[in-house]
Design a protein around this ligand. Structure first.
Ligand code: THU
Length: 142
């Protein structure tokens, strides 16, 4: 299992892809744009942006857009995700996205940056300690 310092992950290029995706964000309500770029084990990169809705509760985060694109294309194992937001304080994935990222083990590194240079590095396992998952589900049925 790699961490964010793994030299084989081209973080700058991945972050650039996330930045491009961010430009496509649909965020007329929050005016907070997010881009994500997910590196699959096979080398493909899947990007996502946040997609908001007039029914606010239906807003979809960039991370889940990227996961949806990846899984739709047959990718389920990942090496890294880069997330880009504006301002100076990076956004780490929200609780819902942590759960969705943790659905695809093993844990992989997460690098959250901002266009002004802020950085937070973590990994999907650390972002959801004691998370609910398929193992717990399987042993608790009935
Ligand atoms: N958002 C993301 O896309 N990813 C995050 O990690 C945090 C929040 C989006 C959801 C919503 O469209 C906007 O940011 C403000 O919450």
């Amino acid at each position: 299992v790699s961490d964010a310092s793994d030299p084989s992950i081209a973080w700058d290029a991945l972050t650039e892809r996330a930045k491009e995706a961010r430009a496509a964000a649909y965020a007329p309500y929050s005016d907070y744009r997010v881009g994500a770029a997910l590196l699959a084990e096979d080398g493909r990169v899947f990007v996502g942006a946040n997609v908001e809705n007039a029914s606010y509760g239906l807003c979809q985060c960039a991370e889940r857009s990227a996961i949806g694109a990846a899984v739709t294309a047959g990718a389920r194992r990942f090496r890294a995700i880069a997330i880009v937001t504006g301002g100076s304080t990076p956004a780490t994935p929200c609780g819902m996205c942590r759960q969705v990222l943790a659905e695809f083990p093993p844990s992989f590194p997460v690098r959250c940056t901002t266009i002004d240079g802020g950085v937070i590095e973590s990994d999907t396992g650390s972002l959801l300690p004691h998370g609910f998952g398929p193992g717990v589900l399987a042993q608790g049925r009935g």
